[in-house]
Design a protein. Structure first.
Length: 249
C-alpha cells in the first residue's frame, strides 16, 4: 500500500467534530460547485459528486437544495476559495483551505491563531510545494472485484494509489479508496459511474510529499492546539500539516 494509505491511517480519519460543521462545509462546497459549473448536477460532475457525498453524510435534501440555490441568488454573499500557508510551532508546515465571503476577516483570524501559538502566517508559495493536490474517491462495488485488475484499469486514469478503506478499529471495509491526479477528477468519476459503482464520497486532499515530523508528546500539544483553533473557524474547510501523530521515542 502506498503513501496515501499511510497518510489516511496516520490521521486516523480525523473528521469534523459534529454534524452541523459537516453540513456547513459541504454546503459551501456545493454552492461553489454550482456557481462554477451550473446548478444542474446532470451537466456538472463536481456538483453531482458533492451531492452524493452529502447524501452519504445524511445531509437533509432541503440543505442541499438551499446550497445550490444560493449559487444563483445575487442577494447572498459570494464565497471565494482561498488557501493560506504558514509555519506552526516546532517548524510544522500548514496548508489551510478556506471558503469565505470576507477575506479580511478570515486572514485576520488565521494570522491570530498562528501568532497565539508562536507560529507565523506565510506568503503564497511558502508551504504549498510540500503538499501534492490529489482527487480522492471512496466507492462501493456492487459485487466483489479483483483489486489487482481494478488497479490496472485505473492506471490509465492517473490513479496512483488504491486500497480498501479501514474503520476506526483498523479493519478493512467493503469501500475502496483511490487517489489520482487532481486534473483526473472528471474522468475518474465518469469511469466509476459507468461501471455502476456506488460513489460514497468524492473530493480533493493535500498529501504531504515530505517526511512527517515526529515530536515528543509535550511538543505535540501546542501544534494540536493550533490545528484545533484553525479547524474551529467557520471559514475553514480543510487543514493539512506535516506533523506525525506518532510520538517521538
Amino acid at each position: 500500500m502506498g503513501r496515501a494509505f499511510e497518510f489516511r491511517k496516520e490521521r486516523k480519519f480525523k473528521r469534523w467534530g459534529h454534524m452541523a460543521r459537516t453540513f456547513t462545509r459541504l454546503g459551501k462546497e456545493i454552492t461553489i460547485a454550482a456557481k462554477q459549473g451550473g446548478p444542474d448536477p446532470t451537466g456538472n460532475p463536481r456538483l453531482r459528486a458533492l451531492i452524493q457525498t452529502a447524501r452519504g453524510e445524511n445531509m437533509p435534501k432541503d440543505n442541499i437544495e438551499r446550497a445550490i440555490k444560493k449559487a444563483t441568488d445575487k442577494d447572498l454573499g459570494d464565497y471565494k476559495e482561498i488557501v493560506y500557508e504558514g509555519i506552526g510551532p516546532h517548524g510544522i508546515a500548514f496548508l489551510i483551505e478556506t471558503a469565505t465571503d470576507n477575506n479580511k476577516r478570515t486572514v485576520a483570524n488565521i494570522r491570530s491563531y498562528f501568532s497565539k501559538m508562536g507560529g507565523e502566517l506565510g506568503t503564497s508559495g511558502s508551504t504549498v510545494f510540500m503538499f501534492d493536490h490529489k482527487c480522492v474517491f471512496k466507492f462501493r462495488p456492487a459485487a466483489p472485484v479483483d483489486m489487482d485488475e481494478l488497479e490496472l484499469e485505473l492506471i490509465d486514469f492517473d490513479v496512483d494509489d488504491i486500497f480498501k478503506d479501514i474503520d476506526e478499529e483498523g479493519e478493512e471495509t467493503d469501500v475502496i479508496v483511490i487517489y489520482g491526479a487532481f486534473e483526473s477528477f472528471n474522468n475518474i468519476q465518469k469511469y466509476l459511474e459507468e461501471k455502476g459503482f456506488e460513489i460514497v464520497s468524492a473530493g480533493f486532499e493535500r498529501l504531504p510529499n515530505i517526511p512527517l515530523k515526529t515530536l515528543p508528546a509535550e511538543k505535540q500539544e501546542s501544534v494540536k492546539k493550533l490545528i484545533d483553533m484553525i479547524e474551529e473557524d467557520e471559514d475553514v474547510q480543510n487543514v493539512y500539516h506535516t506533523l506525525s501523530l506518532t510520538e517521538e521515542e
